[in-house]
Design a binder for this molecule. Structure first.
Ligand code: NDP
Length: 456
């Protein structure tokens, strides 16, 4: 065996042993184990010749959340019945700043999903260059079909416990799936009432009470800025490209809008009931109609096909449609190996993960193998938390920046994140390995801060 192969197989052996330990310590948590594997498989080869990280057990410590808080959330529905949900806050890593990450309200929420999201968030926040640690939280509560008053009572009950664990210098939650401006408003109101403090303890707030301009648009816009940078790095351009988008929430609709601004054609959007397809590409008017459908009328995506002649509705996910770019923007594990093969067969050139971990491990491997440009979530969707970080700065300084300033800051931030990925993702192959680049760039800063603190 050559020296190189011997060292590669030793690294694989360490990785396997490490993952065995992670799986054993986290039984029944497949999403979390999957996310640790994805990061560790890039980091192990990188630290193979850097013994300080091994000696100081940095990866072992990183895969253990600093704190997991789980609590009861009782609330009363409109019929007067008492309902009970479970809430969590995972305070994953505070090495480089206060815990920061969204709250998700969805029936699929459990400890495994939130730990995977908190772990990922640690690296993503590090990539933004801002001083933010990683956290995530939420509840297994289904907001669908609930009245505004039920949502308000739920949010108030959730915050009645959460308020003791968060604070502007400790932990600053934001929105995520099922938690938008309405929910953040209810929770901020309850925090303010209990603590008698008007502070930047949540981000994603309304503009009237400390929110930042561009926050709503930031994740979707940032994702498309990142994709444009990926194409430019590889001597291509976003102009004229057809783009498959999944989801129809905050991230998806703003990704579609930015595609339009930059001369690309968004062809699809979806929700958990199926997907819509517009072969001409959605217009701004159609995107605005979908935003209103989802945010105000709270309807189903299929209704768009009843309303617009050139839009059709189909069951399943949009990955069977041919397109140059895929931007999954709904939820985790929404592209499997079979769907990846279909996208590759149809000639997809770039996959940019706007949702968190939307591609299964086998799908990621297939894209890398086929030389499809692959942008991992922690880099592609970091614009959202990046502008949240800017919201925190504005709150601390009691100032408000305008749209143009924030757009420029977002665009520059996405360029810097892109360039860090290129710096650590050059493997000598045809394409930049953005997955490796993002993992290593995010890791180094957090790991070095942890080392500076000693054995904590
Ligand atoms: P929203 O709640 O606004 O929208 C979520 C969308 O995904 C909806 O269209 C929803 O459809 C669909 N969806 C949810 N679960 C499923 C499922 N199991 N199968 C199919 N479709 C599903 O969320 P966001 O747009 O805010 O978030 C989307 C993704 O982006 C998430 O992974 C989130 O973690 C990530 N993200 C979001 C950020 C933000 O700033 N908002 C920041 C960084 C990452 P339906 O209405 O049927 O439920």
């Amino acid at each position: 065996m050559s020296k190189l192969h011997a060292s590669e197989s030793k690294t694989q052996e360490y990785l396997d042993r490490y993952m065995e330990g992670v799986a054993k310590r986290n039984p029944g948590q497949p999403e979390f184990v999957q996310s640790v594997y994805e990061v560790a498989s890039s980091i192990f080869p990188y630290i193979a010749d850097k013994p300080k990280y091994h000696k100081l057990q940095i990866l072992e410590r990183m895969a253990e959340p600093e704190r997991v808080i789980s609590f009861r959330v009782p609330w009363t529905d409109d019929a007067g019945r008492i309902r009970t949900n479970r809430g969590w806050r995972i305070q994953f890593n505070s090495a480089i700043g206060p815990y920061k990450g969204g709250l998700r309200f969805h029936p699929s929420v459990n400890e495994s999903v939130l730990k995977f999201l908190g772990f990922e968030q640690t690296f993503k926040n590090s990539l933004t260059g801002l001083p933010m640690g990683g956290g995530k939280g939420g509840a297994n509560f289904n907001p669908k079909g609930k009245s505004d008053l039920e949502i308000m009572r739920f949010c108030q009950s959730f915050m009645t416990e959460l308020y003791r664990h968060i604070g502007p210098d400790t932990d600053v939650p934001a929105g995520d799936i099922g938690v938008g401006g309405r929910e953040i408003g209810f929770m901020f109101g309850q925090y303010k009432r209990i603590r008698n403090e008007f502070v930047g303890v949540l981000t994603g707030k309304g503009l009237e009470f400390g929110g930042s301009k561009m926050r709503t648009e930031a994740t979707g816009y940032g994702a498309i800025f990142f994709m444009r940078n990926m194409l430019a790095q590889h001597k291509d351009t976003i102009e004229g490209k057809t783009v498959l988008i999944s989801g129809s929430g905050n991230v998806a609709t703003h990704a579609a809008e930015k595609c339009l601004h930059l001369g690309a054609k968004p062809l699809t959007m979806s929700d958990s009931g199926g997907f819509i397809h517009c072969k001409d590409g959605f217009t701004q008017e159609q995107i605005d109609w979908i935003k209103d459908l989802k945010n105000v009328r709270r309807g189903r995506i299929s209704e768009a096909a009843d309303h617009f002649e050139n839009i059709s509705f189909h069951e399943g996910r949009p990955w069977s449609v041919a397109g140059d770019c895929a931007v999954p923007s709904a939820t985790q594990n929404e592209i499997n190996a079979e769907e990846a093969a279909m996208l590759i067969k149809n000639g997809v050139k770039v996959v940019a993960e706007a949702a968190n971990m939307p591609c299964e491990q086998a799908a990621v491997e297939a894209f890398l193998e086929a030389d499809v440009l692959f942008g991992p979530a922690k880099a592609v969707n970091a614009g959202g938390v990046g502008v949240s970080g800017l919201e925190m700065s504005q709150n601390s300084a009691r100032i408000a920046w305008d749209n143009e300033q924030l757009k420029t800051l977002l665009e520059n931030m996405m360029k810097e994140i892109h360039d860090s990925c290129v710096k650590f993702g050059d493997t000598g192959g045809k394409n930049t390995n953005y997955l490796q680049g993002a993992n290593i760039a995010g890791f180094v800063k957090v790991a070095d801060a942890m080392i500076a603190y000693g054995h904590v």
